[in-house]
Design a protein around this ligand. Structure first.
Ligand SMILES: NC(=O)c1ccc[n+]([C@@H]2O[C@H](COP(=O)([O-])OP(=O)(O)OC[C@H]3O[C@@H](n4cnc5c(N)ncnc54)[C@H](OP(=O)(O)O)[C@@H]3O)[C@@H](O)[C@H]2O)c1
Length: 290
């Protein structure tokens, strides 16, 4: 894409945003990071952002100011936000009003799983964008491998891999680094308008498979266990998670217990031009010895 105008990245200071800002900066595209906390501006610049725009995503005026003059927008909504659909509609409308060349919408694998509230909200956001006439690309990432990071030390200490869903449910877990590279390829390349890309990892693993892989890597036994939802609720409340979000996560986990979340890695493989990262490689790269 021959474009001198910057790419606005919303949710830039989050887990996904940081990875994407860093990957995008390496393509040579100018990056404008939308942040709400001035104190993260220096970190954004260190990651490669050329500009920061300060504001609140839910204040249309600050969003409009941030978006003005941008060639593309990568919209990453705060996770499980009750106003996700409304926000996506506003971003879509602003893109049209400001002549933004393409809106890249960061969605989720299988938004059609509408029993999960944030999937339903992402589906409605996709519908609005597709019907709007705004040039777009939709990215539908699977569950991140990086969900292992916060529990890694506990897994090593206890020898138990416990997430709050069935140990048999399968997930095409995907590496956030691969997702960031894929987003950067889409934003820096032509030919992606009107596309909806399912971005899933190369293996459909359940908790038992994950525990076995960890066990082989660390050389000690690791068991898989389905954490009870009430146990999850207590831990999440103690960690300060809002009650509404806790219940959304529980609904998601009930869906995961029943159906897992699997997809196909072919599109990610094609976009990256290489084999997507597998679970073992991710652990050896990001967790072992860290
Ligand atoms: N985790 C997964 O496995 C997975 C899989 C597929 C899709 N996704 C999707 O990925 C997206 C991003 O998830 P994430 O884990 O990267 O989120 P995250 O780390 O929680 O980051 C959220 C970002 O939104 C910002 N933010 C929140 N409220 C804001 C406001 N009112 N105004 C401006 N900025 C605001 C936060 O800013 P602060 O830094 O100031 O808090 C942060 O930068 C979500 O939509 C999620 O559904 C995740």
């Amino acid at each position: 894409m021959n474009e001198n105008r910057p790419v606005l990245v919303t949710g830039a200071s989050g887990r996904t945003g940081r990875s994407v800002v860093s990957a995008l900066a390496k393509t040579g595209l100018k990056v404008r990071a939308f942040i709400r906390r001035p104190e993260v501006a220096t970190e954004m610049e260190a990651l490669g952002a050329d500009q920061v725009a300060l504001g609140d995503l839910f204040e249309t005026e600050s969003l409009a100011d941030a978006l003005a003059g941008c060639g593309q927008v990568l919209h990453i909504c705060p996770p499980m936000h009750p106003k996700e659909t409304e926000l996506a509609r506003t971003v879509t409308d602003l893109c049209q009003r400001h002549g933004v060349g393409r809106m890249v919408h960061y969605s989720v694998l299988h938004p059609l799983a509408t029993d999960v509230p944030h999937h339903a909200r992402k589906l409605a956001a996709e519908q609005y964008l597709v019907n709007s006439g705004q040039p777009y690309t939709i990215l539908q990432p699977a569950r991140y491998m990086q969900h292992l990071v916060p529990i890694w030390n506990r897994v090593l200490e206890t020898g138990v891999h416990d997430m709050p869903f069935n140990v048999e449910s399968r997930f095409s877990v995907v590496d956030l680094g691969d997702l960031a590279d894929a987003a950067a390829i889409v934003l820096s390349g032509d030919g992606h308008d009107g596309a909806t890309y399912q971005l899933a990892g190369p293996q459909a693993l359940n908790q038992r498979d994950m525990a076995d892989i960890i066990s082989e890597i660390v050389g000690k036994p690791v068991q898989a266990r389905a954490k009870e939802l009430d146990e999850f609720r207590k831990e999440a409340a103690a960690a300060g998670m809002a009650a509404e979000r806790i219940e959304t996560v529980c609904t998601m986990n009930r869906h995961y217990s029943a159906h897992g979340l699997t997809g196909n890695a072919n599109v990610l493989r094609w976009l990256l031009g290489r084999e997507p990262t597998d679970f073992r490689t991710f652990i050896e790269r990001d967790l072992v010895g860290k």
